[in-house]
Design a protein around this ligand. Sequence first.
Ligand code: PEP
Ligand code: MG
Length: 866
Amino acid sequence: MKPTATLTLLAPLAGWSAPLDEVPDEVFAARLPGDGVAIDPTEGTLHAPCDAEVVLLPASRHAVTLRAAAGCEILLHVGIDTVGLGGERFEAHVSQGARVRAGEPLLSFDLDFLAQRVRSVLTPIIVTSESGWAIRGRTVDRAVALGERLMELALQDALPDDSSRGNAASAAAAARRLTVSFEHGIHARPAALLAASLRSLAADVRLIARGREANARSTVALMGLGVRHGEEVEIRASGPDAHNALNALTGIFNAHASASPAASPRRVPPVALAPAAAEIATTQLAESPAAHAAMTCGVLRGVAASPGLVVGRARQLQRPEVRVREAGAGAAAEHAALDRARSAVRARLERAALATPANDATGTAREIAAAHLELLDDPELIAAARAAIDAGRSAGAAWRAAVHDSADTLRALDDARLRERVDDLLDLETQVLLALAGEAVGPEAALPEQAIVIARELLPSQLISLDGARLAGIAMAAGGPTSHAAILAAAMGIPALVALGAQVLAVPDGTEVILDAAGGVLEVAPGEARLMAARARLAASAVQRAALASAAQRECRTADGVRIEVLANIGSVAEAQAAVRNGAEGCGLLRTEFLFLDRLTPPSEVEQTAQYQKIADALGKLPLTIRTLDAGGDKPIAYLPMPREENPALGLRGIRTSLAWPQLLRTQLRAVLGVRGPALCRVLLPMITDLEEIEAVRRVLEEVRDELGRSESIALGVMIETPAAALLAERLAAVADFLSIGTNDLTQYTLAMDRGNARLAARLDALHPAVLRLIARAAEGARAHARHAAVCGGLASEPIAAPLLVGLGVNELSVVPAVIPQLKARIGSVSLSDCRALAEEALKLPTAAAVRALAAALPAAVEVPA
Ligand code: PEP
Ligand code: MG
């Protein structure tokens, strides 16, 4: 059969070209990652062997993976064991995602330094096994000059390989068998260490034991295998840096084997001396219970995170602290009690895990239950608890000690994703302890009707696991108004206050409260007169809402007929349906990271297309703006191996994350292009700071379009969320199809105030004149190229701000679905000239408070209901 495609690789270095057998590394020599040659370099700059895209450039800069024509992947690995230098004396000349021409410098290294520090400077040039290309001819056993022909490649099934070494090259993946030397098998700590060691690598790595397979990046999945000390496991890795992944994991296994037993003594739980009455006392965990006497009445001030007024009953969501007896009543009885309690919890979790998801929120609840189930049967937890029981502790005390040990280990790793696992562990601690005491537990049993849930701070995953039918309001002691839990609350139409302070944690369960988000107050046991007044306000606003809702089905225009589009921000199919009901003219922001929250593996292209398609179907002919994954910052994504960062908000977030894992971006764009329907999707890029990022994505988008044979163009918009983007808006608008201003981040970055910091919550106001000036600048940039200027940050959902934004030149607002009727009414009540005059005044003011007062004074034709 004739070759269908060929490729020539030029020597990326001058030096001596040798066969891979000479490389002093068993993985390269065995050609596990693929076939190739190795060059003993005489110079310290590595060049591109052909035209290609840089698909992987690790932080250690010791290797580069390129993708050339027809998916041919080439790994250039400078020296052996160089990853351990951590980038010392390496300098990258290109960045990940860049396109390079043959001969272009990729990275430089200090050859003399390397020669002294590492095992070998022999540099393998590998055609990876997975990419389907074979070597037809190669130059070996002689000196080569930079740029000289080094290898001739052909698509693998086109021609047989030139050498007898071809068999190894065709191996689909690298694999290794190892014996587990961790004292307690692969449990919490080793699992976390193994997963963490893969963070800077891209390979897909699986650990196989007893016929079961786990993603080696997932602590929970690894723990769930229940592998014991002394068992043999197999590690399979595939992808460009598969051998590095194997080495990283082997290093962790070996480090453990060599540690003396004395270095990691098995913890013997102390035997309790003082038996106490075995009963449950519910106190608040988040703050010292002694610090706050019960708050039985009064008014607490906070910051509005989701609009609305609601009357309901307080329900504390802090984990109840269950007091347990220390001393056991005999090991046999305590073991049996623990088993019974675990069985009770298991039965409940299995019911939840098997429940058919009625919507995305219950789907996530199901995944949380499944994760809890894995932890419940964690052999390390059970073994540690059993050891403590044998040492004389009660089942409750033993379980608690075992859970806390594991939680401490995970906490010590200081990783946001693992901290969430700590919450799972502590959740499970409570569930088992309550079961031991014969108490029912579980989110479904937890909320009364019209519950105002009170917590120190809720995670998005906790929030969506609550029973939405009973959840009426949210009051958090901490948190910020634009935190992602707050955004979810707004999306669910649940009024929420944040930054209420620790006192809110002392409001007793069942107390009647009024949560008035607009007023920023939580009234605790307000008395009959206040309750009646609040109920009367609610009834009046319900009538007004109904009237506005039917008017909201019309197009939005100012009083003098200027068209302003009002779209919705959504994060699930249910919200898309709510948006249409409320009169949304499309979706201006689909936060795709919310669709797959708490997943332990990245969603496939098919899964993503299916979700996007459901949302597109719910929207019908209306446009759907799909934002690429905005991971990082306060949205850690469990399936992404994010490095630990000192300042996550300033780190690998948004588009930076997508460009760091180009395969994720490619899969997501393919998924978006897979959506079919009457209206085309638009793509929106988060956290843009310059033109290059847009161009890099556009290149991928075009490649993906070609791959899929799609001819229609797809609008590519950018978010203006950084001062850099606002200042460059005119340049960005020249290459982007539309701009969408994310005021949540734009405010955080302009004011240098963390959007999740409760102490700054009251001052984190997007109406700050500095933010308004940047919005004006962005709108002006969009106008210069006749582009749409949208606002999709939280400010757009504040009816008071709408005239101001229109006056600043914004012509599209994307908002939480529940406020659309009020917002359309507000815009319809003002003329463009009023809006412009207001904006002009506001830009001259010195503070956000002054702007707020000015905006509030603008007469409204319609009173906006609470
Ligand atoms: C914003 O920053 O305003 C925005 C819309 O993005 P997110 O809130 O998801 O960060
Ligand atoms: Mg943002």
